[in-house]
Design a protein around this ligand. Structure first.
Ligand SMILES: Cc1cc2nc3c(=O)[nH]c(=O)nc-3n(C[C@H](O)[C@H](O)[C@H](O)COP(=O)(O)OP(=O)(O)OC[C@H]3O[C@@H](n4cnc5c(N)ncnc54)[C@H](O)[C@@H]3O)c2cc1C
Ligand SMILES: *[C@@H]1O[C@H](CO)[C@@H](O)[C@H](O)[C@H]1NC(C)=O
Ligand SMILES: CC(=O)N[C@H]1CO[C@H](CO)[C@@H](O)[C@@H]1O
Length: 468
């Protein structure tokens, strides 16, 4: 074995410089992850959300034949923002979404955490140029509708067929096939269900092992305010400078905010405690309730909240690591929120679905015979289940770190973030965007490389067993 060339088996930063020798687009894995598939599959995807579209694009780019069935009459997303962290943007740009993002994405200069009452900055992660330099990809925020539209356009460009107004009412995962509401039956080599948190496929694949995503005791209001309105107020204009992300944190509540729509709209996600059943919520009172929840917070924040004309209240669920994602036949699986719903506190839900799609396309394009489909899906399931359950956990942990009432934990937390605000060196931070170890795990993750490595290891093991 060539020891000098093998991956270090201990934590080290001593080889970091190697990452900067060549631009990443010339790296071995990247070229490998662009190779066309050796076996071409006919794939049906259930659901044209961000996860379904991402998976469709990744598969079609490798030469697989992809059809999506979507129940909605028209494609689209809700009117709110979404963050696209570096390791998701890296994949999306590789898939050619760049031109569709132009004029739509915003690249925030940094992320600031703020005290709930004074707005004083207590934590800070510099994103530009740091994330681009460290993780070879920008950190974007975007309007969900623009993100969805970009994905939709790219999917059509690469030959994906999308059928709207096509509600799936049943699956036969042995064949595999699915039945639409209008009675038509559609078969394929593989069915990928990206049908969201209320997934029909999940229950069929897991049977009595199914675990429904659970309420977390939190809900979020989502709202936007036109940027001109804020610019007109001298107390508020600073919030818009450099398109920064700002997160006010306090007792059981927080407000994550940033500018979307190419800089025209200010987006907020306002998380607060909520134990009641979503079916009892009344959207008519949501606006008033929202203002109530944040009374006494930073007067500049509440002034922005007062500018909101309408809001939607969302329940916040988290899933738990599921027993399996792949049907016993090995011809169907769940991905995205269907497989791993999570609190939005790491801003990684859709990013995980993008990673799922990329990893799936990569492993399916490496196999050399249809017989390898089943083991390949098992390896995929293992790798992705590990990654996404960790992210579910990290999201829950942010709910703990951010939501302390004023007191000893809050003071220790704020003290722990102080070096990053003052521009001093640090080796750990309660801010999970800044903590060096969390950061490397979260944004330095290469979904394609990890799944390929696991697959190659499985192949080596199989080959040595056949020979032995
Ligand atoms: C408040 C909030 C903020 C968030 N912020 C971020 C963020 O900043 N960054 C991030 O990465 N993620 C974020 N997320 C998470 C992200 O929105 C989700 O993880 C992501 O949208 C999931 O995509 P999906 O395709 O798996 O599911 P969905 O978007 O739910 O798509 C499922 C699709 O399947 C269709 N479907 C369902 N059933 C059927 C059927 N029977 N037949 C046909 N079609 C069907 C649905 O109509 C839908 O189009 C946030 C979530 C919330 C709630
Ligand atoms: C049912 O819907 C599908 C997809 O939208 C379509 O292709 C098919 O022709 C429809 N079948 C009938 C019988 O209407
Ligand atoms: C898939 C992907 O974009 N992976 C990148 C994540 O960031 C690291 C840097 O830490 C790159 O080396 C990977 O290529």
């Amino acid at each position: 074995m060539d020891i000098t060339n093998s991956t270090p088996t201990y934590p080290t930063r001593s080889l970091q410089f190697l990452k900067r020798v060549d631009s990443p687009s010339k790296g071995a894995y990247v070229s490998k992850t662009k190779e066309p598939a050796k076996v071409k599959f006919k794939v049906i995807i259930a659901g044209a959300g961000l996860g379904g579209l991402a998976t469709a694009i990744a598969l079609a780019l490798r030469g697989h034949q992809v059809t999506i069935f979507e129940q909605a009459k028209e494609l689209g997303e809700v009117g709110a923002g979404i963050q696209i962290p570096s390791n998701s943007s890296r994949l999306l740009l590789k898939w050619g979404l760049g031109p569709h993002f132009e004029g739509k994405v915003v690249q925030p200069e940094g992320m600031s955490f703020r005290r709930w009452q004074s707005g004083k900055r207590i934590g800070y992660t510099k994103l530009v140029p740091d994330f681009q330099e460290k993780f070879n990809a920008p950190y974007y925020v975007i309007h969900r509708a623009h993100f969805h539209e970009a994905m939709h356009k790219r999917a059509l460009e690469v030959g994906v067929e999308i059928e709207v107004d096509s509600k799936i009412v049943d699956y036969d995962f042995d064949r595999p096939s699915l039945t639409l509401e209008n009675g038509s039956v559609h078969a394929a080599d593989l069915i990928v269900a990206a049908d969201g948190v209320k997934s029909l496929a999940r229950g069929i694949i897991l049977g009595d092992k199914d675990q429904l995503p659970r309420m977390t005791g939190f809900a979020a209001y989502r709202a936007t305010v036109p940027v001109e309105k804020m610019q007109a107020d001298p107390d508020l204009a600073w919030i818009l400078e450099n398109n920064g992300l700002h997160c006010w944190i306090g007792d059981l509540r927080h407000v994550m905010s940033y500018t979307i729509a190419g800089g025209k709209s200010f987006n907020m996600v306002l998380s607060h405690p909520e134990k009641s059943d979503p079916s009892t919520w009344r959207q008519e009172t949501a606006l008033e309730d929202m203002k109530q929840q944040f009374q006494g917070w930073d007067f500049r924040l509440t002034r922005v909240i007062d500018m909101v004309k309408s809001t939607i209240k969302w329940p916040l669920f988290t899933g738990y690591p599921l027993d399996h994602w792949v049907a016993p036949s090995g011809k169907a699986l769940i991905i995205g929120d269907a497989a791993h719903a999570m609190l939005p506190y790491m801003s990684q839900g859709a990013a995980m679905a993008v990673e799922d799609g990329s990893a799936l396309a990569t492993i399916l394009s490496t196999i050399t015979s249809k017989e390898d489909l089943v083991p390949a899906l098992r390896i995929f399931e293992h790798v992705r289940r590990t990654r996404t359950s960790q992210m579910q956990h990290a999201s829950l942990i942010n709910g703990r770190i951010w939501h302390y009432a004023d007191g000893p934990e809050q003071r220790a937390r704020d003290e722990g973030m102080r070096p990053e605000v003052e521009g001093r060196q640090f080796v750990e931070s309660p801010n999970q965007w800044s903590d060096p170890v969390t950061q490397e795990w979260c944004y330095g993750y290469d979904a394609d490389a990890v799944v390929l490595e696991a697959w190659e290891e499985w192949l080596r093991k199989r080959d040595s067993e056949t020979i032995g």
